[in-house]
Ligand binder design. Structure first.
Ligand SMILES: Nc1ncnc2c1ncn2[C@@H]1O[C@H](COP(=O)(O)OP(=O)(O)O)[C@@H](O)[C@H]1O
Ligand SMILES: [Mg+2]
Length: 229
């Protein structure tokens, strides 16, 4: 089976000496192509820490991270940035949209920063906005959008550079359950349709049926939970 993301024996210690805490204790996870894995666990159990390490935003104290067959923890910061930009799409709890950019401009920002604003990017943005039911919002500013719409813009933005790996940290936390479910369905659909790999941290047990596997984090350990129907 092909894996898009492999985490091997990851440990994370914050701080040093007496005040240090070990949040992750040699945990491993492989995410296959086409798979959406849910991470659950109590507050403070290390879910965000784990996701940040998976997305190369945070270095582990120990362990290996393999993205697209590359061991990324050996890369220079410059190359790491390239991996983050090209291989990973992040979705956070709040959409983190830029207030003075329109919906369309949010999607085109990265390519603009990379100095390659093309016709192709514009078309891609239009297709994504249509797919996520946001075509009529393309020229509006975030302040005019509902919470669900903002989160869909964040998703469209994450899809823009067609990342192989999608990492979402409580993407439904600020939404009601119906809109939350819509967001998770969109992630699940993209994972299947485009053969990506995704990890989603969630507090919401009602979303778990949309995921392929459920992993719990507690006391520094990962445990695979049996999926409930
Ligand atoms: N930068 C940091 N420095 C020190 N401790 C941290 C830092 N980030 C998180 N922690 C601690 O690590 C533990 C796990 O945090 P986190 O990964 O945010 O958990 P979760 O996302 O499951 O709520 C918590 O006890 C938190 O206080
Ligand atoms: Mg968290």
């Amino acid at each position: 089976m092909g894996y898009k993301l492999e985490l091997e024996n990851i440990s994370k210690v914050y701080g040093d000496g007496d005040s240090s805490i070990k949040v992750l204790d040699s945990v491993s996870l492989k995410v296959a192509t086409g798979e959406l894995v849910a991470i659950v666990g109590p507050s403070g159990s290390g879910k965000s820490t784990f996701l940040s390490i998976a997305g190369a935003l945070l270095s582990p104290t120990e362990g290996r991270i393999i993205i697209a067959d590359k061991e990324i923890n050996k890369l220079s910061e410059k190359k790491l940035n390239k991996v983050r930009m090209e291989n990973i799409g992040f979705i956070f709890q709040s959409a983190n949209l830029i207030p003075y950019l329109t919906v369309k401009e949010q999607l085109l920002l990265i390519s603009k920063l990379a100095g390659r604003q093309t016709r192709e990017d514009e078309e891609k943005a239009a297709v994504l906005l249509k797919r996520l039911g946001l075509a009529h919002r393309a020229d509006q500013y975030p302040e005019h959008l509902s919470g669900g719409e903002k989160q869909r813009v964040a998703i469209a933005r994450a899809w823009m550079n067609n990342p192989e790996i999608i990492l979402a940290d409580e993407p439904t936390a600020s939404l009601d359950s119906e809109r939350g479910r819509m967001v998770v369905k969109m992630i699940a659909e993209e994972v299947k349709l485009s053969q990506k790999a995704a990890i989603m941290v969630t507090h919401d047990k009602r979303m778990l049926d949309l995921c392929d596997r459920v992993i719990s984090i507690e006391d520094g350990q990962l445990t695979e939970l049996a999926k409930e129907a």
